[in-house]
Design a protein around this ligand. Structure first.
Ligand code: ATP
Length: 226
């Protein structure tokens, strides 16, 4: 479980999050909100990529201020733009990178990479330069490279924004089939509706939090001109 206790976050003088208290216990949670409402900032606080300027973020009881390294192994993070996530030149090397970093022995790494290539439909591209993959294939690779390290929680920051309709459906299906705790930051309300809990952020505070039908109706009503 991920818990936020009276979390505030400021960039310089700019207060972005104001007094957020949340217990994230559900398996699939979506966070929606207008541009600049603080969603990505909140997402980055959840695995210690950012530390709160005030308050605490706890992952399975561990404070991100003290246990960043352990927490980043538990909480995977998929960025909106796979190009900033894909580090290695080829598909195979990129899948292997995180496993190597985790100190997994070579035979197990090879087995896990083979399984991921098959599972995510990337086997035919194993030695291709990752930057030549299509947008959908890159997003699959970025997700596979996070899942291969076996995190228990996974955060997606706008995973479908850059994708065409076909790939959007493909990634949505993949995300909805995951057994991990999934936290989705998204403007894609269809994707948000697949969660069991939807949290609405507005100017750094929570304005709705509940089942998707209720939270999404209140979000749509607040952001639709009469
Ligand atoms: N590293 C940073 N330094 C300074 N200001 C930042 C930084 N990151 C975000 N901000 C500011 O914090 C505010 C919230 O940004 P954030 O990216 O969290 O919003 P968001 O809800 O994810 O927006 P969007 O939907 O447009 O992605 C914005 O005003 C943004 O300019």
């Amino acid at each position: 479980m991920i818990e936020l206790r009276n979390v505030h976050h400021r960039f310089g003088d700019h207060q972005v999050l104001r007094g957020i208290d949340l217990s994230l216990t559900e398996q699939r949670i979506a966070i929606v909100g207008a541009n600049g409402s603080g969603k990505s900032t909140l997402a980055r606080l959840l695995n210690g990529l950012l530390l709160p300027t005030e308050g605490q973020v706890l992952v399975d009881g561990l404070d991100t201020k003290k246990h960043g390294k352990v927490i980043r192994r538990k909480v995977g993070f998929v960025f909106q733009d796979p190009d900033i996530q894909i580090i290695m030149p080829t598909v195979v090397e990129d899948l292997d990178f995180g496993l190597k970093h985790h100190g997994i022995p070579r035979p197990e790494r090879e087995a896990r990479v083979e399984a991921a290539l098959a599972e995510y439909g990337l086997a035919a591209h194993r030695h291709h330069p990752a930057h030549l993959l299509s947008g959908g294939q890159k997003q699959l690779l970025a997700i596979a490279a996070v899942l291969i390290t076996n995190p228990t929680h996974i955060i997606f920051d706008e995973p479908t924004t850059l994708l065409d309709l076909r790939n959007r459906h493909r990634i949505t299906r993949l995300i909805t089939e995951l057994d991990h705790q999934v936290i989705l930051i998204t403007h894609d309300l269809e994707l948000a509706a697949t969660a069991t809990r939807v949290i609405v952020l507005d100017q750094g505070t929570i304005t709705a939090d509940g089942p998707p039908t209720e939270s999404l109706s209140s979000y749509i009503a607040a952001h639709t001109n009469p």
